[in-house]
Design a protein around this ligand. Structure first.
Ligand code: RET
Length: 246
């Protein structure tokens, strides 16, 4: 469905498209000449993240990926469902990047990705379902439970496994993990006070701008911090988790 996009929404989506595209080109350039198979995975995964987001942002900018949802008692909401398609693909990849850095085991990766997918799917349902505010808030709470469980795994299992890495790798892991904890926590807050919940303290143009800033920081900012540390990536031990695998 192609919808009219204008004003602040369009400016924010335009900046988002450009920012993601610049990040993608930069990450491709940074990854050129990287021959080590293990290190290449960081470049491939990170480039994929911003590449997918570039397409999602361009489509939203063009008015594709927007739907109108009739909410009982509230009227009609304009919902950017493309966001959730983007997040469904890219948030697991961000977690894979962090897990590769920690040198974690497969079980922990599956646990993280499972919780993440649960969080996004329930969040998407809360946004697009033609249900009233109470059900929307209940689904937001369920999605937030997945999120809290995800943060728990990040702060516990994953951090314990990263502690087996060299000092510089463990320090980069801590920086990126903290960045994720802070930035990702802002999403449910913006959502709650934005239009999807129907609380509507934050109008759609401002909400689109806030998500754009968060998305650029969580993808391009995160990617730069990770990939600029070439010598640190060279120190990552893929098997560091063997001692703690459960
Ligand atoms: C929703 C609403 C329901 C409650 C929760 C949410 C969490 C979303 C998150 C999104 C992260 C997106 C990222 C994008 C990067 O570009 C779905 C907003 C908990 C954490 C990191």
């Amino acid at each position: 469905m192609v919808a009219q996009v204008s004003g602040l929404e369009q400016i924010a989506l335009g900046i988002g498209t450009l920012g993601m595209a610049i990040g993608t080109v930069a990450f491709i350039a940074m990854g050129r000449g990287e021959s080590d198979e293990h290190r290449r995975r960081f470049y491939v995964v990170t480039t994929l993240i911003t590449g997918i987001a570039t397409v999602a942002y361009l489509l939203m900018f063009l008015g594709i990926g927007i739907t109108e949802v009739r909410v009982p008692g509230e009227g009609v909401l304009r919902i950017y469902w493309m966001r959730y398609a983007d997040w469904l693909l890219t948030t697991p990849l961000l977690l894979v990047d962090l897990a590769l850095l920690a040198g974690t085991d497969r079980g922990t990766i599956y646990r993280l990705v499972g919780l993440d997918v649960g969080m996004i799917v329930v969040g998407a349902a809360a946004a697009v379902a033609p249900v009233g505010q109470t059900v929307r808030l209940a689904l937001w709470a369920v999605s937030s439970l997945f999120f809290v469980a995800l943060l728990y795994v990040l702060a516990n299992q994953l951090s314990a496994q990263a502690a087996w890495q060299s000092g510089e790798v463990a320090a980069l892991f801590s920086t990126l993990r903290n960045l994720i904890i802070v930035l990702w926590t802002a999403y449910p807050i913006v959502w709650l006070f934005g239009t999807e919940s129907t609380i509507g303290l934050i109008p759609l143009g401002v909400e689109t701008t806030l998500f754009m800033i968060l998305d650029l920081a969580a993808k391009v900012g995160f990617g730069f911090l990770l990939l600029r540390s070439r010598h640190v990536l060279a120190e990552v031990s893929p098997s560091a988790s063997a001692a703690t695998a459960d």
